[in-house]
Design a protein around this ligand. Structure first.
Ligand code: FAD
Length: 405
């Protein structure tokens, strides 16, 4: 006998993944309640760089990344930080990452990630059209700029060797180069545009539009923390754990082990800026800094700090970002706001998307690491298909939480 179609859902987490899931379920006729706990700072879904990074098809758990790690450490001027106080978090995570970077696993991971990314931008279009906010998508690609000839040589070689089928890179047009020269004092020696990728006009505005659509469609948004046990008691037919970096303890209620780490990033932002909205976001490659002009202002993001989500922020990270911005001459024309938040990262740099083997009512969608904004809407569509007992495309075996034992 087939199970009756689900009529109600409780979604734990109201970031980009949870809201995308909630709206996809609502579109299929389910009554949806989203629980989104207030935190001291806005979640990663609000603080990110806004890039729909369809070109990033190589999982970051790779031998290539491990080889360059020593030169990218924060104490040598790079963005990667392993705080000594958090060794209990990053050491076990790092050992798992080493295993995940083995060539065969990396190749399988790349294929799995590529399958998700193939639908990422179309899913963004469908979602923003459905909520009546298509203008929040900026399909103008993004720019990668290098400040040294050696950096440009290495960067271009890497792009040639690992070209994405979804986003082709090209030289800047004269108009793009002129716009870029107009906003940075330190002129890059070389830059390319990754055409085919996109950005959102403002991550905060996107979340607002999704929340408004949820409410307009009869869904509820409860600003309280929720556990799986509480969601079960609510009587919902489907429960979705999409709580970003806080998802691991929720899954533990069902006996699943998810070795999530908080891979924290930092941003600085000023509401006023001369950066023209028509200039796409720019990755300053050697500095690992991304500058993006949002509706709410100019933002620069950087830093990969492997720690606990509640560890105190490291003020040196903001100072580092401000120093890069000053050296480049980025047009932060007003007071700077600072933010820190957690990328929810699993050691193989693949998300966890699937159905709990312990309770078939419970689905999960978390661990989207550097690609949560990119993959939120496609994840929503996949989870909604799963909730309605359809066979979702792509194959979800590589994303099962069971891969961690
Ligand atoms: C600096 C930086 C730059 C980034 N840039 C990009 C980018 O350009 N492109 C890209 O694709 N990705 C980017 N990312 C990654 C992306 O932001 C994340 O992967 C994504 O936001 C994760 O979304 P999420 O919904 O899973 O989690 P979150 O955004 O963390 O949302 C989870 C929500 O769940 C709530 N919650 C937690 N526990 C509970 C509970 N028990 N009950 C109820 N609610 C709960 C939290 O309060 C939170 O609101 C960036 C991240 C950072 C830090």
């Amino acid at each position: 006998m087939t199970a009756p179609a689900p009529r109600s859902a409780a979604v734990i987490g109201g970031g980009i993944v949870g809201l995308s899931v909630a709206l996809a379920l609502q579109a299929r006729g389910l009554g949806v309640a989203v629980y989104d706990a207030p935190e001291a700072r806005a979640p990663a879904s609000a603080g990110n760089a806004g890039h729909i990074a369809v070109e990033q098809h190589a999982p970051l758990a790779s031998l290539a990344n491990l080889r360059t790690l020593p030169g990218r450490l924060m104490r040598l001027g790079g963005p990667v930080s392993f705080p000594p106080a958090a060794i209990g978090h990053w050491l076990p995570f790092g050992l798992r990452l080493l295993r995940a970077a083995a060539p065969a696993r990396f190749a399988r991971g790349r294929q799995a990630l590529g399958a998700l990314l193939a639908e990422a931008l179309p899913a963004w279009r469908r979602l923003l059209d459905a909520v009546g906010a298509p203008d929040l998508l900026r399909p103008q690609g993004n720019i990668v700029a290098w400040e040294s000839p050696a950096g440009a040589r290495r960067g271009r070689a890497a792009l040639r060797e690992d070209a994405s089928p979804l986003a082709q890179w090209r030289d800047l047009t004269a108009a793009e180069a002129e716009l870029l020269d107009g906003v940075v004092r330190l002129r890059p020696v070389d830059a390319v545009c990754i055409a085919g990728s996109a950005s959102v006009a403002d991550p905060g505005a996107v979340l607002e539009a999704l929340r408004a659509a949820l409410r307009a469609g009869g869904g509820t948004l409860d600003r309280r923390a929720c556990t799986v046990a509480q969601a079960r008691r609510s009587g919902a037919d489907v429960i979705v754990v999409a709580a970003g970096v806080r998802s691991a303890p929720l899954l533990r209620e069902l006996g699943h082990r998810a070795p999530l780490i908080a891979e924290r990033g930092y941003h600085i932002q000023s509401a006023r800026s001369r950066w023209p909205p028509s200039l796409p976001s720019v990755v300053f490659a050697e500095r690992a800094v991304v500058a993006t002009r949002f509706l709410s202002g100019l933002r620069a993001t950087s830093i990969l700090e492997f720690t606990h989500p509640d560890a105190p922020p490291d003020p040196r990270a903001w100072a580092r970002l401000a120093a890069h911005a000053a050296a480049l001459g980025l047009p932060f024309d007003g007071p700077l706001e600072t933010w820190v938040g957690s990328r929810p990262t699993l050691p193989d740099y693949l998300p966890a998307i699937g159905r709990s083997a312990a309770d078939p009512r419970v689905l999960y969608a978390f661990g989207h690491q550097h690609l949560g904004l990119t993959l939120g809407p496609v994840t929503g569509e996949i989870v909604a298909a799963l909730a309605c007992r359809e066979a979702p495309a792509p194959d979800l075996a590589p994303f099962s939480v069971a891969r961690f034992g």
